[in-house]
Design a protein around this ligand. Structure first.
Ligand code: PLP
Length: 427
């Protein structure tokens, strides 16, 4: 039996495993298509009778090697890369939800995900109930309907730093016969593996820590293989009844634990085409190699920044689960004992205008629409990503108007703190 490696070893050694005479480094299969000897060989691929590559819109070897590394990191059975985190969450839900179906989503998810499910997917006839992630299990349970097909939440929410009680969500979802999808972007599998706590599907915006260098937009979906689709066959006909577009194959019967990812690849990727470019997958793979080192430094630096801010007289509040005073500290200790992530949310005394001013005085921390990369960066959602909203609307969305999202990088902590200190001195 092959030895099971630790996560930091998986990051450098898994995925592409060269055999005799092959390149040491993962090759970029920069090819739209793949050659076959006979028409029959190619035909079998189109019938899903044999596995193999034929067109990069569906699958590409570079992508698959990287997906298999992420799959192993999460402890799943199958995975696929997508062009973005948005595509990953879209496919993860749409793979099991059709017009007339319903899903449940935590209110604290990233704004893009919120829009995707409550606005765009609503237009496709899929309804979404938004729930407070801190609701007790009995209350959560009331949101479920006959036609509910999945629950979606983030391990650590962007930007509000809510820590998900994964076990609570998984238990309630399973009681209602539906899978829990967890967006694990901020924690990464280095700090939390949601499958170990009952989640069924994990998604990622690999754009964030996994790439880690702000170079590539990308996403990933991983299946734990644990959800029993056949047990709830009536709920998930797309997986458990014949697919006419593949000569009547039934995904669960033909692919067993690989059913969910095979369907998302063979059907959704074929028809919607949000593939990640092999070049981006190659760069993502380089990022993954150093992910454990970077996560450790992000968390250590963020802890110090959060402690500094908490003590500062001009700071009104700090939201970072590493702080003992934080509402989510106990949950973070349970699910992420080695640290959460490098993202801190905080507000200043004096509110929105003062927050804007602070941003202008920062020198090392760059103002960018990005988060979770090696360089410290900062964003004021009320002035940027959520600019169109009034203070009241912001509060409804759980975003304080003075909230500054400070994404702590891996620079020397003394320089990050000095930058914050000089900026705070000037307001
Ligand atoms: N999920 C989370 C938690 C995010 O923070 C983001 C983007 O910020 C996304 C998904 C969307 O990912 P992408 O920007 O790669 O489409």
């Amino acid at each position: 039996m092959e030895q099971q490696y630790q996560r930091d070893t998986i990051c450098v050694q898994s995925g592409w495993k060269p055999k005799k005479g092959e390149p040491r480094v993962l090759p970029i299969y920069q090819s739209t298509t793949f050659k076959y000897e006979t028409s029959e060989q190619m035909g079998k691929l189109f019938d899903l009778e044999e596995s193999g590559y034929f067109y990069t819109r569906l699958q590409n070897p570079t992508n698959d090697f990287v997906a298999s590394k992420i799959c192993e990191l999460e402890g799943g059975v199958a995975a696929m890369l997508t062009s973005s985190g948005q595509a990953a969450n879209y496919y993860a839900v749409f793979n099991i939800c059709e017009t007339g179906d319903h899903c449940i989503m935590s209110s604290s998810v990233y704004g893009g995900t919120f829009n995707l499910l409550t606005v765009t997917m609503k237009k496709m006839g899929i309804e979404c109930t938004v729930v407070d992630p801190d609701l007790p299990a009995e209350e959560l349970s009331k949101a479920f309907r006959e036609n509910t097909k999945c629950v979606l939440a983030e391990t650590i929410s962007n930007p509000t730093n809510v820590i998900l009680d994964i076990e609570k969500f998984a238990k309630v979802a399973h009681e209602h016969g539906v899978p829990l999808i967890v967006d694990n972007t901020f924690a990464t599998p280095i700090n939390c593996r949601p499958f170990e706590w009952g989640a069924d599907i994990v998604t990622h915006s690999t754009t964030k820590y996994m790439d880690g260098h702000a170079m590539t937009v990308g996403g990933c979906i991983v299946d734990s293989g644990n959800f029993d689709w056949e047990k709830y066959a009536d709920k998930f006909p797309g997986l458990t009844t014949p697919d006419d577009s593949y000569h009547g194959i039934t995904y669960t019967k033909k692919f067993g634990k690989g059913a969910y990812i095979t369907k998302a690849t063979a059907q959704l990727m074929r028809d919607l085409g949000s593939i990640q470019s092999p070049q981006n997958a190659f760069l993502l793979n380089i990022g993954l190699e150093t992910l454990p080192l970077r996560m450790e430094k992000h968390c250590a630096n963020a802890q110090k920044v959060a402690e500094f801010l908490e003590k500062h007289e001009k700071v009104a509040w700090v939201n970072y689960a590493g702080l003992e005073s934080n509402k989510y500290h106990a949950l973070a200790q349970k699910y992420m004992p080695n640290g959460t992530c490098g993202v801190i949310a905080f507000g200043l005394k004096g509110g929105r205008k003062v927050s804007e001013k602070l941003m202008d005085h920062l020198k090392l921390a760059a103002i960018v629409t990005h988060v979770a990369d090696a360089r410290t960066c900062v964003l004021h959602p009320a002035s940027h990503t959520h600019r169109q909203m009034t203070d009241e609307q912001l509060l409804d969305a759980g975003i304080a108007p003075d909230l500054i999202r400070f994404s702590v990088g891996i620079e020397n902590i003394k320089d990050i703190l000095a930058d914050l200190e000089q900026a705070l001195d000037q307001i």
